[in-house]
Ligand binder design. Structure first.
Ligand code: BES
Ligand code: MN
Ligand code: MN
Length: 445
């Protein structure tokens, strides 16, 4: 346990923020540290794979003929740590408080990805053969929507033979409740630019005679969704494939207190979503349109009477199964063009796209994982979906033709992407045990 903790802390000290071009050196350092972890675990043919963007790390152990092969995936990049002033401990100085380890990347994904590496090490370092074959492929652009891993997968599919992918990058539904995630939403991320002219203008002298870029942007974004949470883009949800009645039923059996969720987890005044759907449907099986930020004009201290000549809006749609990312991107562009005020120039830049994915809970690789987790946690494993996205999961299915087994060991209060991200250390240790047990179970078949 001490060695796992030390390895993890060293990994977490490296600020591998993939979206920040200035952090490229740190991202590479994290890639090299990942290689070191792979080598230490006893993986073979370990190497950095260079390409456009941040390196991939590959490793393998293929000495269990006739046994299944798992492709273990994780990401060594992290989200930016800002706003720094909201962290109680420095984000890149991992700090243990009780059973939790605080740092950016503690749960997403270094603290969970290390579970896969360590599970291999438990066998190989003890001089025991692995009960199955494994390939490891880690990437450093998951959080920034980079294409390196998907390009590599498409070009090298024939060298990556496997029976299933194994991923530790999701959450447990509740503490102590072993959880397998069998659905993720997709995403289309976009940046909207609106310009009306060359310079900001005096709002008294010119107001009434010229357009306002922020108003124009606001009109566009408010044309996407109604006040009640209903979608206004024609045809937006036409292709959504709803969950089966059986799956929905299994969701309603999950232990859940809506008011506690509102107050303690989401910490919102009131929940708000698309009318006509239950919360799990809204979060896991319906699309969304979210505005992430608006820039332009003046928001400093005091007042400044100005008409902004430009505005930028960051927005994204989460996609439900069935929705085609290219079609949604086109619908968004068309809507922007149709809603643009006269005298404004608009452009919509698509920054990233990925389709949703669902996994059959009856798949034998999923079932064995559920059994292994139940053994270690002493409780029946539940199957949930998540509203988040892991873009490569869709490609594992489409390009390699394999299901992804998502055994998440994060907790709902891990503060993913937020200040004070942490991982609950007992879950890291139990996770290693559960994955090792999973390998054994697959080897016994
Ligand atoms: N690990 C998360 C996704 C996740 C979080 C799945 C919680 C299930 C439960 C992943 O690192 C992530 O944050 N993905 C991004 C993808 C985007 C940047 C393309 C996301 O969902 O925003
Ligand atoms: Mn992640
Ligand atoms: Mn993430």
């Amino acid at each position: 346990m001490e060695e796992v903790l030390n390895d993890l802390k060293q990994w977490l000290c490296i600020p591998s923020v993939s979206s920040n071009p200035e952090a490229a050196g740190e991202v590479r350092r994290a890639a090299e540290f990942t290689r070191h972890l792979f080598e230490k675990a006893g993986l073979e043919s370990v190497r950095l794979i260079e390409g456009e963007g941040h390196p991939l790390i590959y490793g393998e152990w293929l000495h269990a003929p006739g046994k299944p092969t798992l492709l273990c995936y994780g990401h060594y990049d992290v989200q930016p740590a800002e706003p720094l002033e909201l962290w109680r401990t420095p984000p890149f100085e991992p700090t243990q408080l009780g059973d939790n380890l605080y740092a950016r990347g503690a749960a997403d994904d270094k603290g969970l990805a290390i579970i896969l590496i360590r599970a291999v090490q438990q066998f190989l370092r003890a001089g025991k053969p692995l009960p199955i074959n494994v390939r490891f492929l880690f990437e450093g652009e998951e959080e920034s929507g980079g294409d390196h891993v998907s390009d590599y997968l498409r070009e090298h599919a024939s060298e990556l033979h496997c029976d299933a992918a194994l991923i530790c990058d999701t959450e447990m539904f509740a503490p102590e409740l072993p959880t397998i995630c069998v659905g993720l939403r997709g995403i289309v991320y976009a940046e909207l630019h609106v310009t009306t002219g060359e310079v900001d203008l005096h709002s008294g002298v010119y107001g009434g005679g010229v357009p306002n870029a922020i108003e124009a942007a606001a009109r566009i974004i408010s044309s996407l969704k109604g006040k009640d949470g209903n979608f206004l883009i024609p045809g937006f949800d036409d292709d959504v494939i709803p969950p089966t009645a059986e799956e929905e039923e299994s969701w309603s059996a999950l232990p859940f207190d809506m008011e506690a969720y509102r107050q303690e987890e989401a910490k919102v005044i009131s929940l708000h979503g698309e009318p006509g759907f239950g919360l799990f449907q809204q979060l896991w099986a319906r699309p969304t349109i979210e505005i992430h930020g608006i820039g332009g004009g003046f928001t400093g201290e005091g007042s400044k009477t100005v008409i902004p000549c430009s505005a930028v809006v960051k927005l994204s749609c989460r996609l439900a199964p069935g929705q085609d990312p290219d079609r949604i991107a086109k619908l968004l562009s068309d809507t922007v063009a149709a809603q643009a005020l006269e005298g404004t120039k608009t452009s919509l830049k698509i920054l990233g796209k990925a389709a949703a994915s669902v996994v059959d809970p009856a798949n034998p690789f999923v079932r064995e994982a559920a059994e292994a987790m139940a053994e270690v946690f002493g409780q029946k494993t539940v199957f949930t979906r998540s509203g988040g996205s892991i873009p490569i999961v869709g490609l594992f299915k489409d390009v390699l033709g394999v299901p992804s087994v998502m055994t998440g060991f994060g907790l709902p209060d891990d503060n993913l992407h937020a200040p004070n991200e942490k991982v609950y250390l007992p879950n890291v240790y139990r996770g290693i045990e559960a994955i090792a047990r999973y390998f054994e179970r697959l080897g016994e078949k």
